[in-house]
Design a protein around this ligand. Structure first.
Ligand code: ARG
Ligand code: ZN
Length: 877
């Protein structure tokens, strides 16, 4: 079944209130749902009520307390249909179902993780709990009563404020929760079990005290302290930046070890993958701390962008996700170094979203049809969705953007709305027509912009000509011309910036320093440009596009040295490195000698040694484009081994050129006890990349082995382990370190995940056998999403030479795993499979192997909709 945006229609009945009672039991949980509702005005009196279900069995159903005549209802696992309901009066439907949380391996609906009961309802998990209108535009006030045996679930939590609780009957107790804010079913949550807790409080800007609680497994309480700190900073930030305060008496976070995604913003009761809550210096890296901060903020920010204002239907998913990612990015930029944060975002966008947009799974930020909504929690909806909000801000300017947000919160609080409603607020606040801009939501694919410049010495003018194009994507053969905002600067010979504004189409703008490309092709001209300037364009990645521009290495070096914008400096360095690596990979492919890397080495060593720059920035600059980045630039007929060979050769050149410097930098770790702050993390990042170059220059694992042995925190330890495992595989030093790491962290699965991932990403064909071996290790658990992603996910999405082995064994391994996992957890299986999305850009032999593996999945018995949707689109596109 395919769902279409154009088919949207509101429900025939309007829900007012829902009262849920759970009698918890691992094998037989009784769910009683009482729904107060009435027929929507104007709906025919013969229209039946149709509730959604998923693998449900009905015990009984009542209307106003009386059993409904079997002739008046039909029930299947997917639907409950009731006829002859009152025409005008309000009525109450009671639905009784029995579900088995312990048998629910999909991690959707009510399931067990450890000894805890937990729910995940977004997008369509509520229908696995009871028959209901499981869609985001049905907003209701929830009262929830939970009953359990005291020895089964000491603690019982749900959304909203705690009403009360106590003994229920012999050996059982109850707890009741009331959430006054109307919400859709996907925001419902229930958690029950025996958990440890850390508590704190937060006073809102309007002086209300909110209790804060983070629940974790007993014994892990200390590791939740950083998450609590991040939560309080997020709450303050949303007040200060967007004027948004929290709206219940209590805010709870629960960390669970089996979770399909990162986390979930259930009203007042966020549920988290424990990987994004638990941290201490011994077990978490700087990147883990940064992720925790970002995801805690993200879920908290959903309270306003997602919960108070939600989506009319799932096509509008980016309404809450793109916007909330934009908000969490802004938060992290404020808490840390803004340019370094932006560089990381650009890297991530290009690594995950660009390939998605260029392959068979390409879809608009707001899709127009889907078979399985769970397959649309994508980099396009999230990350490109955030970029689109960022462009909106660039176009209307910071002030109108804030006014538009205020208007959005004011006008749509308590509603389920669309992208059109959202954009209308900014059109109004800025008095701009955003029609052309809105194409960013409907047209898939990454636009290309070609840029050419000419300097007229006699007239002292400088002309910039821009031309856009957008290739067809699945279902969209023809594209319209988009509004592309390009931030720019003209750098003069001495490094200063040309001040004048240009004339010509697209020259006018809300914020200075932005060119608005709104036609297929247009030019602007700058006057009084006495010497040839260097154009720095798409500064800060103001638009998510591919730029094609003939820019000399000298010009890129000029930007890298002088641009006032740190992100633009990094972009120039990265462009230079990419260009060099692509050329080297092409030569390696043809078996020809590689070009000299002197220019790149000079730029990189200059940045590495420039103490006026932030260490984190220097680390970013030194991190060369990944093999997958180079493959993406080459685009077709990819042969991963030659890309790797070329990249390794360039890395060796850089390592040799900066040998002394790298060995100095490798020793410059921050002093004192570990602190996760951005400054210290930046120093560690620089020391880590320097360690890798220094070790390569020395052609010896000794330095990394010493760092590994002396490390007093996980960041440094993992860096050293990776250098050993990736650059000195099979040496005693590498084998010893891997064994020591495993022994030390054997009882901490989240740390063992790092051990899995580092080994799975070791380049080369031999890694496949090691991955097979690790799959039989006692640490591996095919049912746990974190384990699967750490081992199989890292191998298939993070190891181009290993996974894309020419004999197809990597593809077959993935196909076998996807087929096996699909039987128990379709969402996890489908997500893993997206690693195949770029198969058509491989060279013919590998391409054929990939195709065969995909076809083999299709042949498996009882494929889920999740997996069959991904396979079919991947093969078709
Ligand atoms: N809304 C969650 C977040 O981004 C993601 C939940 C997605 N869950 C799913 N089963 N598709 O914060
Ligand atoms: Zn989200």
């Amino acid at each position: 079944q395919v769902f279409h945006l154009k088919d949207y229609a509101p429900t025939d009945f309007v829900v007012d209130r829902i009262d849920l009672t759970f009698e918890l039991d691992p094998a037989e949980t009784k769910v009683i749902s009482r729904v107060l509702m009435k027929r929507r005005a104007g709906v025919s009196r013969s229209a039946p009520l149709v509730f959604d279900g998923d693998e449900l069995t009905l015990d009984s159903v009542q209307l106003d307390g009386n059993d409904i005549d079997p002739a008046d209802f039909d029930v299947t696992p997917e639907n409950l249909t009731i006829r002859n309901l009152p025409a005008e009066a309000t009525f109450e439907i009671t639905v009784n179902t029995t579900i088995a949380p312990e048998a629910n391996t999909s991690l959707m609906g009510l399931y067990r993780t450890g000894n805890i009961y937990c729910t995940q309802c977004e997008a369509e998990g509520f229908r696995r709990i009871t028959y209901f209108y499981d869609r985001p535009d049905v907003l209701a006030v929830y009262t929830v009563t939970i009953i359990s045996r005291k020895d089964d679930a000491r603690l019982m939590l749900s959304n909203g404020n705690y009403l009360g609780g106590g003994n229920y009957d012999e050996g059982r107790h109850f707890a009741a929760w009331f959430d006054p804010h109307p919400k859709p079913s996907y925001l419902f949550a229930l958690v029950a079990g025996d958990l440890g807790v850390i508590e704190d409080t937060f006073t809102t800007m309007d002086e209300r005290e909110v209790a804060l609680r983070i629940y974790v497994e007993h014994g892990k309480e200390k590791r939740a302290a950083y998450a609590m700190d991040a939560l309080k900073r997020s709450m303050r930030w949303d007040e200060e930046t967007f004027g948004r305060a929290y709206d219940l008496d209590i805010f709870m976070i629960v960390a669970v070890s089996d979770f399909n995604m990162g986390a979930m913003e259930n009203k007042g009761l966020n549920v988290f993958n424990d990987k994004y809550v638990l941290a201490d210096p011994e077990t978490a890296t700087d990147a883990d701390y940064a992720n925790i901060e970002a995801i805690i903020a993200h879920e908290y920010f959903h309270n306003w962008t997602g919960n108070r204002i939600t989506c009319r239907d799932w096509f509008q998913l980016c309404l809450k996700e793109g916007l909330t990612v934009f908000r969490d990015h802004a938060f992290s930029a404020d808490q840390r170094s803004a340019p370094v944060k932006r560089i990381a975002e650009i890297r991530l966008l290009k690594a995950h979203q660009f390939p998605e947009d260029a392959g068979p799974l390409a879809h608009p930020v707001r899709p127009e049809s889907y078979r399985e909504i769970n397959n649309f929690y994508t980099a396009t909806v999230y990350e490109k969705g955030s970029e689109v909000v960022g462009m909106l801000r660039t176009i209307v300017g910071a002030d109108a953007f804030r006014q538009g947000m205020d208007l959005y919160f004011e006008r749509h609080d308590g509603q389920a709305v669309t992208i059109e409603d959202f954009l209308a607020c900014f059109a109004e606040a800025s008095s701009r027509d955003l029609m052309q801009f809105s194409l960013w939501y409907s047209q898939a694919g990454t636009p290309s912009v070609s840029v050419s410049t000419s300097w007229d010495e006699a007239k002292s003018t400088f002309t910039v000509t821009l031309e856009q194009s957008l290739q067809p994507t699945p279902g969209q053969p023809r594209k319209e011309v988009m509004h592309i905002p390009l931030a720019y600067g003209l750098l003069l010979e001495d490094g200063s910036e040309h001040k004048g504004s240009p004339s010509g189409a697209g020259a006018s703008s809300a914020a200075a320093g932005v060119l608005h490309l709104t036609r297929r092709k247009q030019s602007v001209t700058f006057a009084d440009v006495a010497s040839r300037p260097v154009l720095s364009i798409n500064r800060g990645f103001s638009a998510p596009v591919n730029l094609a521009m003939e820019q000399s290495s000298a010009d890129l070096a000029h930007i890298a040295r002088h641009d006032a914008d740190g992100v633009a400096r990094w972009q120039a360095i990265n462009d230079h490195a990419t260009r060099h690596l692509v050329a080297a990979a092409r030569l390696a492919r043809d078996g020809r000698p590689l070009p000299a890397s002197d220019e790149l080495c000079a730029i990189l060593t200059a940045v590495a040694g420039d103490e006026s720059l932030e260490p984190a920035f220097r680390a970013q600059a030194l991190t060369l484009p990944a093999e997958s980045d180079i493959a993406r630039e080459i685009g077709s007929n990819i042969e991963p081994d030659s890309i790797r060979a070329a990249r390794e050769a360039v890395i060796a050149d850089v390592a040799r050129a900066g040998r002394e410097l790298f060995s100095t930098l490798a020793n410059q770790a921050p002093g004192g006890p570990y602190s996760p702050d951005a400054g210290s993390a930046g120093l560690r990042a620089l020391a880590g990349i320097a360690l890798s170059y220094a070790s390569i220059a020395e052609a010896s694992p000794a330095r990394a082995a010493a760092v590994f042995a002396a490390a007093d925190n996980m960041t440094v330890m993992a860096q050293a382990l990776q250098v050993l495992a990736h650059h000195f595989p099979g040496t005693g030093a590498a084998t010893d370190a891997l064994a020591a790491f495993e022994a030390r962290f054997a009882d901490n699965p989240l740390v063992i995940d790092k051990w899995f991932a580092i080994q799975a990403m070791a380049p080369g064909a031999a890694t496949l056998d090691r991955v097979r071996e690790l799959m039989t290790s006692r640490h591996f658990d095919r049912m746990n999403p974190n384990r699967v992603r750490a081992l199989i996910g890292s191998f298939s999405a993070g190891n181009p030479t290993g996974f894309n082995r020419a004999d197809g064994a990597g593809f077959r391994l993935l196909a076998d795993e996807v087929t096996a996992i699909d039987k128990r957890n379709p969402q996890l299986a489908a997500r893993l499979l997206t690693a195949m999305r770029s198969w058509r850009s491989l060279e013919p032999v590998r391409q054929e192997e990939a195709r065969l593996a995909l076809v083999a999945i299709l042949g498996a018995a009882q494929l889920s909709t999740d997996v069959s949707d991904i396979v079919q689109r991947t093969l078709a596109g």
